[in-house]
Design a protein around this ligand. Structure first.
Ligand SMILES: *[C@@H]1O[C@H](CO)[C@@H](O)[C@H](O)[C@H]1NC(C)=O
Ligand SMILES: *[C@@H]1O[C@H](CO)[C@@H](O)[C@H](O)[C@H]1NC(C)=O
Ligand SMILES: *[C@@H]1O[C@H](CO)[C@@H](O)[C@H](O)[C@H]1NC(C)=O
Ligand SMILES: *[C@@H]1O[C@H](CO)[C@@H](O)[C@H](O)[C@H]1NC(C)=O
Ligand SMILES: *[C@@H]1O[C@H](CO)[C@@H](O)[C@H](O)[C@H]1NC(C)=O
Ligand SMILES: *[C@@H]1O[C@H](CO)[C@@H](O)[C@H](O)[C@H]1NC(C)=O
Ligand SMILES: *[C@@H]1O[C@H](CO)[C@@H](O)[C@H](O)[C@H]1NC(C)=O
Ligand SMILES: *[C@@H]1O[C@H](CO)[C@@H](O)[C@H](O)[C@H]1NC(C)=O
Ligand SMILES: *[C@@H]1O[C@H](CO)[C@@H](O)[C@H](O)[C@H]1NC(C)=O
Ligand SMILES: *[C@@H]1O[C@H](CO)[C@@H](O)[C@H](O)[C@H]1NC(C)=O
Ligand SMILES: *[C@@H]1O[C@H](CO)[C@@H](O)[C@H](O)[C@H]1NC(C)=O
Ligand SMILES: *[C@@H]1O[C@H](CO)[C@@H](O)[C@H](O)[C@H]1NC(C)=O
Length: 812
């Protein structure tokens, strides 16, 4: 036993480096003590600076052979107590003189504005790796003595950066990273051309709006070049001679030109040209046979839907080419007729005529993600083989692609598939009964805007991860299936609108505890509104309009609508700095219609401190066009966030409750076409955001309040069809005894009813548009489409309902 212990001790001692067990060099220990006052927070974790072997101190690394300090990690360690430290301070470079073998130094996040230079030019002469990131405003380098640097990282610098201005003097550099630097002047891109030894160059997320100089073509050692997100412009022929490049990312700039310039870069494994202004034909990439990943999205490049020019790229795994021009190249002849690649991800969404669905994909068996939405495949059959052939498929988006036929399930289950969107096609037949059993892991299932008939499959209940279920705008009939399991309460969005569904709204919907959006409008549902809906505490939107619902409005319903805008979360970059300038990575978890969309903002402009501007979320209740009776509930304590409330076209009686004024955020309030009586409460004048207000066609009396919407938002009100109501915009002098009831509005009414609904829909869209635009910016197009469809459909059907049912009665 003793023997093994001894061996163990030796092994450990050897691993830690024999020298170090005896302690580090005294001269270096003393030097570290001198540094300590400037970097007090380096003690934060690990072994604090003070006792024992300094090679084991936090942030210190020594050579195993000589025992001398080789690396110092002093990031985020400066003395925050020091007055005005945020304005920048100067570090005495002589303090590093004793560290003769220092190779790597990380000074990031310390507000260092520059260095006090020493006469001894040999300080830092051995330094190979330096990190100067997130420092103070106006950064300057040591004037001399660091010309041997091989790796330099400059992140988050701003103001005037002399380091960047003088970059051309660091001619030994092999690896340079400049990221997120917002420096304002002295920008000299020619300096970079001096760095002939560069193998890796990153200049990304800067605010440099400049033209890339031609001399970049001389950086022929480059293997890795990332100049994404800078708004660089210029002639891409500068890349023509960089034949060693394996990685080229020039995405999100303003480069313009013909992609043929890149055809000689035969070593390329990764090429990202996304979000520029390139044009040309992908046949130029035929020779880039090392490519694994090709990203071309958001350009004007012409891409044949067959992908034939890429067939020889046997290593290609990822092809992202959305938002270009897809064309039909069926007639093109190629020497190879099957692709040699096995793709994992393909994204070709939008735009153009694809001809028939690309059969080249029939040879793919390893696909994970497929995005082929918004291409016109001219009524071709739905490619059920995609799901059959690719057992690892996770995402299948084939929305708005003019596909027809039936949707079939694969022969065995696909447990990996989590998102399936086949909306807005011409699919018909039934939704397969086994869909839940075969695709149990779906979190998003969108089959809306097709011609699916039959019933809703019971097996939907097997999809325990389901968050969004959208079957709207089909021809589904029957009821909502009775037994769905409790696990289903993951569900966030349930959209069954615009079908032929019948029966009651089931009580168990109340157990879908995460439900935020419930859209059952435009069906034939009957019976009452289940009081269980009140248990849904996250509900944002209930739309059950245009059904045959009867009974009263459960008073508690008004209190279910929540608008939890506290979901905005803010992260800084992990850098504990002053709030006055740092890069703020804002992650807003925007829960709109189901999907959590994380949005990352990088605030480049340091002069603005990001103010949390919380987006307005759409929330509301639409019960219109039913046969609801009873009074409007009188209690609204918790429902302050309702933005749209529509109870029109029912048989509601009683007064308009003054408590409606508690809905302080409301923008649209429609109580028209009911049997409401009494006065219009003057409290409603306090609704600041109101834009549309209608109480037309009721039995209201008294005078009309002059709605203004105090923020200038008010657009339209309608009071017509109330025989005992007076005041603007109705005739002011109407008598209160009711004799005028048949008199005043014979002509105006008829004209107005059309106008009213015109305005209604106009104002409806007016309200919805700004909300949506803000949100749509961040949401995938499918939700935008879903929402607009919904709004349009609801408005139109309401309109036609009125045209068909109400108008003839009144004016026959
Ligand atoms: C910088 O440090 C060196 C060595 O500790 C010291 O001799 C010199 O005076 C310092 N210079 C300044 C300006 O503090
Ligand atoms: C440089 O420092 C920044 C900030 O501490 C850090 O995020 C980055 O990873 C560092 N880079 C290198 C190459 O060490
Ligand atoms: C930074 O540099 C600019 C321009 O050179 C100068 O106007 C400004 O005063 C400097 N700020 C600090 C804090 O040194
Ligand atoms: C960027 O540069 C172009 C010309 O190269 C100029 O037209 C444009 O205004 C500049 N944009 C900014 C924000 O400086
Ligand atoms: C980006 O550069 C282009 C071309 O130089 C210019 O037209 C555009 O205004 C620039 N955009 C910004 C935001 O600077
Ligand atoms: C780009 O540069 C090449 C040669 O350097 C030249 O032939 C070509 O005309 C230039 N293109 C544009 C659009 O300036
Ligand atoms: C590319 O290299 C060729 C031959 O080495 C040279 O003639 C040509 O000028 C170079 N082109 C550019 C844009 O540097
Ligand atoms: C693909 O490679 C084959 C054999 O190497 C060659 O004959 C053919 O021309 C190539 N096709 C294309 C489109 O480059
Ligand atoms: C394609 O363009 C649309 C609309 O501009 C945009 O929302 C979408 O994000 C783009 N797709 C990609 C992959 O960039
Ligand atoms: C549907 O796809 C076509 C192209 O086929 C496109 O023009 C249209 O904008 C798409 N519609 C939607 C709502 O995205
Ligand atoms: C509305 O309900 C009443 C009784 O509650 C009934 O008499 C009437 O027929 C219903 N109207 C419609 C259109 O269903
Ligand atoms: C109602 O119609 C009659 C005949 O069309 C017309 O004389 C009368 O002025 C109208 N009344 C109002 C208030 O417009």
């Amino acid at each position: 036993m003793e023997y093994w212990k001894l061996v163990w001790v030796f092994v450990v001692a050897f691993l830690l480096g024999g020298y170090q067990s005896e302690g580090c060099w005294e001269i270096e220990k003393a030097a570290l003590f001198q540094l300590k006052p400037f970097f007090p927070r380096v003690n934060g974790e690990g072994i604090s600076w003070g006792k024992g072997n300094c090679c084991r101190w936090n942030g210190v690394e020594c050579s195993t052979s000589t025992g001398r300090v080789t690396r110092l990690f002093l990031w985020n360690s400066c003395d925050l107590e020091k007055e005005d430290i945020y304005l920048g301070w100067y570090l005495n470079i002589s303090l590093f003189l004793p560290f003769e073998e220092l190779k790597s130094l990380d000074l990031s996040g310390n507000y260092i504005a520059g260095f006090i230079d020493n006469q001894d030019l040999n300080v830092l002469s051995n330094l190979k790796i330096l990190n100067i990131s997130y420092e103070g405003k106006n950064n300057s380098a040591p004037s001399q003595g660091w010309q041997n640097l091989k790796e330099l990282t400059l992140m988050g610098l701003f103001g005037t950066s002399n380091i960047i201005r003088d970059i051309g003097t660091l001619t030994s550099l092999e690896d340079l990273v400049i990221y997120g630097c917002d420096v304002n002047d002295n920008l000299n891109l020619h300096g970079f051309c001096e760095l002939r030894k560069l193998q890796t160059l990153t200049i990304s997320n800067t605010n440099w709006n400049a033209s890339l100089p031609e001399c970049f073509s001389e950086l022929t050692s480059l293997k890795y070049l990332d100049i994404s997100s800078n708004n660089f412009s210029g002639n891409i022929s500068v890349f023509k001679n960089l034949t060693l490049l394996e990685y080229l990312d020039i995405s999100s700039n303003s480069f313009f030109g013909d992609i043929s310039m890149l055809k000689n870069l035969k070593s390329l494994e990764y090429l990202d040209l996304s979000s520029n202004k390139f044009f040309g034909d992908i046949s130029y990439f035929t020779s880039l046979t090392s490519l694994r990943e090709l990203r071309l999205s958001n350009n004007n490049i012409e891409i044949p839907s067959s992908l034939a020019p890429l067939f020889n790229l046997s290593k290609l795994q990822i092809l992202y080419a959305s938002n270009n021009t897809i064309y039909n190249a069926e007639t093109e002849m190629h020497s190879v007729d099957t692709p040699t690649f096995q793709l994992r991800s393909i994204s070709l969404s939008c735009c153009g005529d694809g001809g028939s669905f690309p059969q080249s994909l029939n040879h793919q068996h390893d696909l994970r993600d497929v995005y082929l939405s918004n291409i016109n495949f001219k009524g071709d059959q739905f490619p059920n083989w995609l799901l059959e052939n690719n057992k690892k498929l996770e995402t299948l988006y084939l929305a708005n692609s003019s596909l027809s036929g039936h949707f079939q399930l694969p022969s065995t289950s696909r447990r990996g598939l989590s998102r399936l969107d086949v909306s807005s096609n011409f699919l018909d037949g039934n939704i397969p009964n086994e869909i839940g059993a075969k695709l149990p892991s779906l979190s998003v299932l969108n089959m809306s805007n097709n011609f699916f008939g039959g019933g809703i499959p019971i097996s939907i209940g097997d999809m325990i991860s389901l968050q969004t279920l959208d079957f709207s705008n089909n021809k589904l009939s029957g009821g909502i299936p009775r037994h769905l399991p409790m696990e289903f309460s993951d569900l966030v969005t349930l959209d069954l609108s615009n079908n032929h569904l019948t029966g009651n709204i089931p009580n168990w919907i109340g157990s879908l505890s995460n439900l935020s959006y419930l859209l059952l409008n435009n069906n034939y549902f009957e019976g009452g509104i289940p009081v269980q809906l009140c248990d849904l505490h996250l509900l944002r939107l209930i739309d059950v309009s245009n059904n045959n619902l009867s009974g009263t409005i459960p008073p508690c319903l008004m209190n279910t609508i929540s608008n939890d805008s506290s979901r905005a979360k803010y992260y800084d970059s992990g850098y504990d700095g002053s709030t006055t300038y740092i890069f703020v990575d804002v992650l807003i978890k925007l829960t709109y219609f189901s999907v959590d969309v994380p949005i990352k903002f990088t605030m480049k402009n340091i002069s603005y401190f990001y103010k949390a501007k919380v987006l307005t979320y759409l929330s509301g209740i639409d019960l219109s066009c039913n046969n609801l009776t009873g009074e409007i509930p009188h209690q609204f304590q918790h429902s302050r966030d309702i933005i749209v409330l529509n109870f029109s076209h029912n048989s509601l009686i009683g007064p308009i409750p003054p408590a409606l004024a508690d809905l302080s955020q409301i923008e649209s309030l429609d109580l028209s076409h009911n049997h409401l009586s009494g006065n219009i409460p003057s409290q409603l004048l306090g609704l600041h955001f109101l834009s549309f207000f209608s109480v037309a066609y009721n039995n209201l009396s008294g005078t009309t309040p002059q709605m203004t919407g105090q923020f200038g938002t008010f657009k339209e009100s309608s009071y017509v069809g109330n025989p005992f109501l007076c005041g603007e915009p109705l005739p002011k002098n109407c008598s209160i005894d009711g004799s005028s009831s048949s008199m005043p509005k014979n002509a105006t009414d008829k004209g107005f009813i059309d106008m009213e609904f015109f305005y209604g829909s106009f104002v409806g869209s007016y309200i919805v548009m700004p909300l949506c635009i803000a949100i749509v910016l961040y949401i995938n197009p499918y939700w935008r489409q879903a929402w607009f469809y919904h709004v349009e459909a609801a408005t139109m059907s309401c309109y036609y309902f009125v045209l068909d049912h109400i108008l003839p009665k009144h004016f026959r």
